[in-house]
Write a protein that binds this ligand. Structure first.
Ligand code: SAH
Length: 398
């Protein structure tokens, strides 16, 4: 097989089981490999290290499939890895009953570039790198076999694929769209939520915030809640379920807000009269709320990814700080701020620093009550800190 030879000393991160091989670590390719092909990775002294998928166009020149240099990468390999990922989730009782569940979380499940989310009897896959693109059929076959789901949809319509020399793509890989009448939905902690796998964000829903939405529900009783960047209303509906006195939700997306309204209608147990929705830019709307002298007891800030990579961190940091300053100024004394960043380019320490600086600017003394992260169906492999993209703080301000 074709060998990917590393430069002297560049096998360190691989020895530590980090699955990415950057272009700068590569000495040369001995033999021929097409995009996505499996290559043998060897150290400068010729010692076999791993088997990896070749990504000639990407800065991440190869991603490791197996740290066992003898493991055969074939259909059976994907069957094993997919089955293991799904089985892993059964370890936690809280994940067992979920009909919305991340089944495969990329590198942290030993499948770089592969995401799979289950919504009822539909699985949505996202393949973002050359290797998984090549093994699409094996991965889909393995998912079908392990879940029994008859519908599998691909949401690889993401720009990061261009860095791999791949076109964005989407479509049904198995089965077909359910009829309009039985639109896809899941029940999350007692609240029914629509999932638009074709047109929604990510694979249709932000499964990673499940536990944090539940925490919001636990904190909401009697409180005036403000949910910024509400998307289809996940935090808002959990706050209503928790007995919030009022819930004001803001998002700039009309379609997301329409789905939010449909979600509210799907849950007649919730008191819709306590919900108010605004289609607006959060940055502007928070200033407006201040001018209106509105105040809140619990504010959720769950913005989109402002920093896709470390290169964008500085500009993104300003945006994070702005919304956190604006949010803190709207908090009643003793109020709670639940603030998040899902930017890979901003680490937990940096995020804490941003929120601390925001408190200073807002003139508030505040403390961290809880550190928050993605739900455990989005695990972080110990050797892959990049997997820790979502971080949040529950802050109480004086
Ligand atoms: N909290 C949501 C997920 C938020 S995703 C959940 O639990 O499901 C981020 C949302 O921010 C998206 O819905 C997007 O439409 C919205 N958004 C992005 N930029 C915005 C802006 N400047 N003002 C308001 N909403 C914005």
């Amino acid at each position: 097989m074709t060998q990917l030879k590393l430069l002297p000393g560049k096998d360190r991160s691989l020895q530590n089981r980090h699955p990415w091989i950057f272009a700068g670590s590569v000495d040369r390719l001995d033999g021929r490999a097409r995009i996505g092909d499996t290559v043998d990775v060897v150290a400068a002294n010729g010692r076999p290290l791993a088997r990896a998928a070749w990504s000639p166009h990407s800065k991440i020149r190869a991603r490791v499939w197996s740290f066992d240099p003898d493991e055969v990468i074939d259909d059976a390999f994907f069957k094993r890895r997919v089955a293991a990922a799904i089985e892993r989730r059964a370890a936690l009782p809280e994940l067992r009953g979920q009909d919305g569940l991340r089944l495969i979380h990329g590198e942290s499940d030993g499948l770089p570039g592969v995401v799979a989310d289950r919504y009822g009897d539909t699985v949505v896959v996202q393949l973002t790198a050359a290797g998984p693109d090549k093994w699409r059929r094996a991965i889909v076959g393995a998912l079908h076999k392990a879940t029994g789901c008859a519908r599998i949809y691909e949401r690889s319509d993401v720009d990061v694929r261009r860095l791999e020399g791949l076109e964005p793509t989407a479509g049904w890989l198995l089965g077909e769209a359910p009829p309009e009448a039985e639109a896809l939905s899941i029940v999350e902690n007692g609240v029914r939520m629509k999932v638009d796998v074709v047109g929604g964000h990510k694979t249709g829903f932000y499964l990673d915030q499940r536990d944090n939405r539940l925490l919001t529900r636990e904190l909401a009783a009697g409180r005036a809640v403000l949910n910024c960047f509400c998307y289809t209303g996940g935090f808002s509906l959990q706050a209503l379920a928790g007995g919030a006195a009022s819930v004001l939700s803001i998002d700039s997306s009309g379609p997301a807000l329409r789905t939010a309204a449909e979600n509210l209608a799907l849950n007649p147990q919730l008191d819709a009269s306590r919900a108010e929705w605004r289609e607006a830019d959060v940055f502007n709307e928070l200033r407006k709320l201040r001018a209106e002298e509105r105040r809140f007891d619990l504010i959720v800030l769950d913005p989109p990814k402002f920093a896709p990579s470390a290169a964008h961190a500085e500009r993104a940091a300003r945006a994070y700080k702005d919304i956190n300053v604006l949010g803190m100024r709207l908090l009643n004394p003793g109020g709670l701020l639940m603030t998040y960043s899902c930017s890979g380019g901003i680490g937990p320490e940096m995020f804490q620093g941003i929120v601390a600086a925001a408190a200073v600017d807002a003139g508030r003394d505040a403390r961290i009550l809880r550190r928050l992260a993605a739900a455990p169906d989005h695990p972080v492999a110990l050797h892959f800190s990049e997997g820790e993209y979502l971080k949040g703080l529950l802050v109480q301000a004086d």
